[in-house]
Write a protein of this length. Structure first.
Length: 376
């Protein structure tokens, strides 16, 4: 079976985990946590990067930092993972879903402004597949309406928009290091704080609402509870595993890009025949090959193709069920405007095997079976 995903492993993970164990400090904010924070600050240019227990935790921190309160509204696409919405619903917000662009599967930036009301507090663009949303337009809208921008860049580590790292463009950015991501620690994430004024509060929220970080820096002689917060610190063992991958991030990035480009090249003839659609990378966007997907004609064709590939030892999967059609999505949110593309395009999308170290012969086999399905 060609698996859909295999978590990344470079060979140094064992060594660094052993170093963490030998240091006798395996809770958060040890040497490897700090190395990861600093590495991502260097990559992204963010004012502060703080490792968290998950991408979900990063989003929850961002919702707290954005001062989301009951009655506020938050605009986002419906085509995203549940954590994107949950983080804001937990603060009492109503989610306002808007339609996506069919080319990138990202929020349609031209529909956002019409969804703004006097209750709107934030916009949450989701960079699907590590391909950037149209951030200039989104940030301009946010600035004119005094809104917070929280980038869900869970899939966007090492992706860029007009030279800027995803996650570093809005007020806050959120990364995930789940085992399905390009760089992984099993479970984990990071919050990117892009304005100096929010750094101290981010540290407090991450430390259960205490000023414990200032205490460890010697800035106060004791620490106490000063704000809302939770336990968002990631274990040293997890960060040691991750650091082995991000120490030289281009090794994984280049490998994945090579696989992505191979898929694209080999599947282009099927696209030219009108059998499938392939991903679109807009001008100014540098992606990270987080995923490679194709789009079938419709849901029925996709289901048949998934079954056919499975019969031939290939793990291919669809992705999100749009949140606005879910029971919780209907309870905690509403769809603004017409669902022209969200449901339709989500039913066409099929993700192919993609991971660090995916051999070219496996890609060629996957493509051969897709061609067999369409051409007989």
């Amino acid at each position: 079976m060609i698996r859909f995903n295999i978590p990344p492993y470079t060979g140094k993970e064992d060594k660094y985990i052993k170093q963490a164990i030998d240091s006798r400090k395996i809770c958060g904010d040890g040497q490897f946590t700090k190395k990861c924070n600093e590495k991502f600050e260097k990559i992204t240019g963010a004012k502060k990067v703080l490792m968290t227990t998950s991408g979900t935790s990063a989003l929850e921190m961002a919702a707290l930092l954005a001062d989301i309160k009951p009655g506020d509204e938050v605009i986002m696409p419906s085509y995203t993972f549940v954590s994107t919405a949950n983080a804001f619903v937990l603060r009492g917000a109503t989610i306002v879903f808007v339609d996506i662009r069919p080319d990138t599967m990202n929020v349609d930036e031209n529909l956002i402004e019409d969804a703004i009301t006097e209750k709107t507090k934030a916009i949450v663009p989701v960079h699907y597949g590590g391909i950037a949303c149209e951030m200039d337009t989104i940030c301009d809208i946010a600035k004119r309406h005094n809104l917070v921008v929280v980038e869900d860049a869970a899939q966007g580590v090492m992706s860029f928009y007009k030279g800027r790292a995803l996650g570093s463009i809005g007020d806050f950015g959120c990364y995930s290091f789940h085992e399905t991501k390009n760089y992984s620690m099993g479970e984990g994430g990071a919050v990117l704080v892009n304005h100096e004024k929010n750094v101290e509060r981010a540290e407090i929220i991450r430390e259960k609402g205490t000023n414990r970080t200032k205490f460890f820096r010697g800035q106060v002689d004791k620490y106490t509870w000063v704000d809302l917060g939770s336990s968002y610190l990631q274990s040293e063992l997890n960060c040691a595993y991750l650091y082995a991958q991000i120490e030289k991030p281009d090794i994984i990035n280049n490998d994945r890009l090579q696989s992505w480009n191979t898929y694209y090249e080999l599947l282009t003839p099927l696209k030219e025949k009108g059998c499938i659609d392939l991903p679109v990378v807009p001008e100014g966007c540098v992606h990270n090959a987080h995923m490679f997907y194709i789009k079938t004609k419709n849901l029925e064709e996709r289901s048949k193709l998934i079954a056919f590939l499975k019969e031939n030892g290939i793990g291919a999967v669809f992705h999100y069920i749009p949140l606005h059609s879910s029971p919780a999505g209907q309870q905690f949110g509403r769809f603004h405007g017409e669902d022209k593309y969200t449901t339709k395009e989500s039913e066409r999308l099929l993700r192919l095997p993609m991971y660090y170290g995916l051999e070219k012969k496996y890609i060629e086999y996957v493509v051969s079976k897709i061609k067999e399905f369409y051409e007989g």
